[in-house]
Design a protein. Structure first.
Length: 233
């Protein structure tokens, strides 16, 4: 083994140890619930069960907000053959999803994101962790964002959404706050959300949103800051 290989190997091991110590300290001293919730999520194999456990059929309307590679949408389609709208603002990701579903007329890929207003934003690329929160070490691309509104739904020919999955790396707070404010939240029967804890005041904003969601929806399952689902009352 060369000296360079030895140093790289030991730096990797050191980084892993540092990460484990940091995560342990967050869990023990700061009461961070994320790690045990992730562990519970995988132990209970919820990713392949709860995330697909809905009463849908071929007439249902599903919104996949933050499509990335289209894997979840593909699983939903294989199980229910529903009408799926995939929203993906990163151009390269959107093009890949379009290629994936090019022969499926029931899956529409829309190359923009959803939020509280129409705008152009910069996104830091990081695979499924691409985010509006800029990382100086990542490649940055421009993305189109559209306001979630009655007008948007009308343009898509949608009156009600049977299932809406939201995984937009921090953008979920602005989107959900807006949906509650303009009352479009009542148009969604099931909302599957991944909240992210790196956003400023994430805990407070999530707690407030959960209280507001409880006015129109009922929580059906929850893994804190991993995934949770809310069903219309």
């Amino acid at each position: 083994m060369s000296l360079l290989q030895y140093l790289k190997l030991n730096m990797t091991l050191l980084d892993k140890i540092k990460n484990k110590l940091r995560n342990y300290c967050r869990w023990v001293f700061l009461g961070d619930r994320f790690l045990p919730e992730v562990k519970r999520w995988f132990l209970e194999q919820a990713d392949g069960s709860l995330r697909l456990d809905y009463s849908l059929d071929k007439n249902s309307v599903v919104f996949d907000v933050g499509g990335y590679e289209g894997s979840w949408a593909s699983d939903i389609y294989q199980k229910f053959e529903s009408n799926i709208f995939i929203f993906e603002p990163v151009p390269d990701f959107a093009n890949d999803i379009k290629t994936r579903f090019c022969n499926n007329k029931k899956v529409q890929v829309l190359a923009y994101g959803l939020s509280d207003k129409n705008e152009k934003l910069s996104i830091s690329l990081g695979g499924d962790n691409s985010s509006f929160y800029i990382n100086s070490k990542s490649k940055v691309v421009s993305a189109e964002i559209c306001e979630f509104s009655d007008e948007l739904l009308t343009s898509l020919g949608v009156k009600q959404i049977d299932l809406m999955k939201i995984n937009i790396e921090g953008g979920e707070y602005d989107l959900l706050e807006h949906m509650i404010k303009n009352n479009t939240i009542k148009l969604v029967k099931n909302i599957q959300i991944q909240f992210h804890n790196f956003v400023p005041n994430a805990i407070e904003r999530r707690n407030k949103l959960r209280l507001q969601l409880a006015l129109t929806h009922q929580e059906t399952w929850c893994y804190e800051f991993v995934w949770e689902n809310w069903k219309l009352k």
